[in-house]
Design a protein around this ligand. Structure first.
Ligand code: AMP
Length: 282
C-alpha cells in the first residue's frame, strides 16, 4: 500500500492507475477505523480495481466548541487495518496541505444543510462538502463510498454531485452495528461502561418506532416520535432531535409513507451520537 501525504504525489499515482484502465474507488474517512469503515472499503474492493482511502480529520467541519482536538487518532493502527484490507493507496494529508494560507472557497448545499444536524452543528456541512469536493478533485474517483450511518451527509453529497456535475458515482452502504445494535462510530471510544449502555437508547427508540409502524400499523409521525422520545427520556439522556422525514429530500412527514427515514441525535455528557433507521416498505 502506498502512503502519501502530498496532493501532487496522489495525482501522479492516480494518473498511472487510470492509464492502466483501472476503475478508481474512494473511501473518505477521518480515521480511527472500525467495522463501518471496513465495510465501505470491502464494497469498494469488490467493485473497483484500485481503492484509495483518505484519513483526514477535517477541521472545517467541527464547530469551535466541538471535539476536533480530542477526536480519536491512531494512524499506525489504521495503516495496519488498511494493509490487511489490501487498499492500494492511503492519502493522509496534514491540515496545511489541504488548507493553504488564505483559503477562501467554500461549497454549500442550501436548505438540506440547515435542518436536522445543521441546526445543532452550524457550518458543519459546509466544511464536509468543501473537503469532499477537494478530495474528489484530488483523487478523481469513478466511485465513492459513504455510509448510511451519516444519512444526511450522504444525501447532501449526492445533491452536491448532481448540482455541480461532479463525475463520480456515489454509493451508499448500510450502517454497521455492534452486536447489541449500537452503530459503530469512532466516537464510541469516548463512552464509559455506563454511558455505553445509555447510548443504546437511541437505537432502541428507532427500533420501537419501526415496530409500531410495521406491527401496530401506527402511521401518525407525531404519535410515533412521542413513543421514541419516551424511551430516550426514561434513560435520562439529552435528546437533540428525533424526526421522521422523506429519504430523498429530508422533508418532514406527518404520516408514514414509503422510503421514510427516522433520524436522531443524543448527547451523553460531552459525547454526541447520531443514528437512523430507514423504512423502505411497511
Ligand atoms: P468518518 O470517519 O466518521 O467521517 O466516516 C467515514 C465514512 O464511514 C462515512 O461515509 C461514514 O458514513 C461511514 N461510516 C461511519 N460509521 C459507519 C457505520 N457504522 N456503518 C457504515 N458506515 C459508517
Amino acid at each position: 500500500m502506498k502512503i502519501l501525504k502530498k496532493i501532487n504525489d496522489v495525482r501522479s499515482e492516480i494518473k498511472m492507475a487510470k492509464a492502466e484502465g483501472k476503475i478508481i474507488g474512494f473511501v473518505p474517512t477521518m480515521g480511527y477505523l472500525h467495522q463501518g469503515h471496513i465495510s465501505l472499503i470491502r464494497k469498494a474492493k469488490e467493485e473497483c480495481e484500485y481503492v484509495v482511502v483518505s484519513i483526514f480529520v477535517n477541521p472545517t467541519q467541527f464547530g469551535p466548541k466541538e471535539d476536533f482536538n480530542r477526536y480519536p487518532r491512531n494512524l499506525e493502527r489504521d495503516i495496519k487495518i488498511l494493509k490487511d484490507e489490501k487498499v492500494n493507496l492511503l492519502f493522509a494529508p496534514e491540515t496545511e496541505e489541504m488548507y493553504k494560507e488564505g483559503f477562501k472557497s467554500w461549497v454549500y448545499v442550501e436548505e438540506l444543510s440547515e435542518i436536522l444536524e445543521g441546526k445543532f452543528r452550524p457550518g458543519h456541512f459546509k466544511g464536509v462538502c468543501t473537503v469532499v469536493l477537494k478530495l474528489f478533485n484530488i483523487v478523481q474517483p469513478d466511485k465513492a463510498y459513504f455510509g448510511w450511518k451519516d444519512a444526511q451527509q450522504l444525501i447532501i453529497i449526492k445533491k452536491m454531485v448532481e448540482d455541480l456535475n461532479i463525475p463520480v458515482e456515489i454509493i451508499g452502504c448500510p450502517t454497521i452495528r455492534e452486536s447489541d445494535g449500537l452503530a459503530c462510530s469512532s466516537r464510541n471510544v469516548y463512552l464509559g461502561e455506563k454511558e455505553r449502555e445509555k447510548a443504546l437508547c437511541l437505537y432502541k427508540a428507532l427500533k420501537k418506532i419501526e415496530e409500531l409502524i410495521k406491527k401496530e400499523k401506527i402511521y401518525d409521525c407525531k404519535v410515533l416520535i412521542k413513543e421514541g422520545e419516551k424511551i430516550i427520556k426514561e434513560e435520562g439522556v439529552e435528546l437533540q432531535y428525533l424526526e421522521i422525514v422523506k429519504i430523498d429530500n429530508l422533508k418532514k412527514l406527518e404520516k408514514i409513507e414509503k422510503d421514510a427515514i427516522i433520524l436522531g441525535a443524543i448527547k451523553i455528557g460531552d459525547v454526541r451520537l447520531i443514528d437512523n433507521l430507514i423504512i423502505s416498505e411497511f
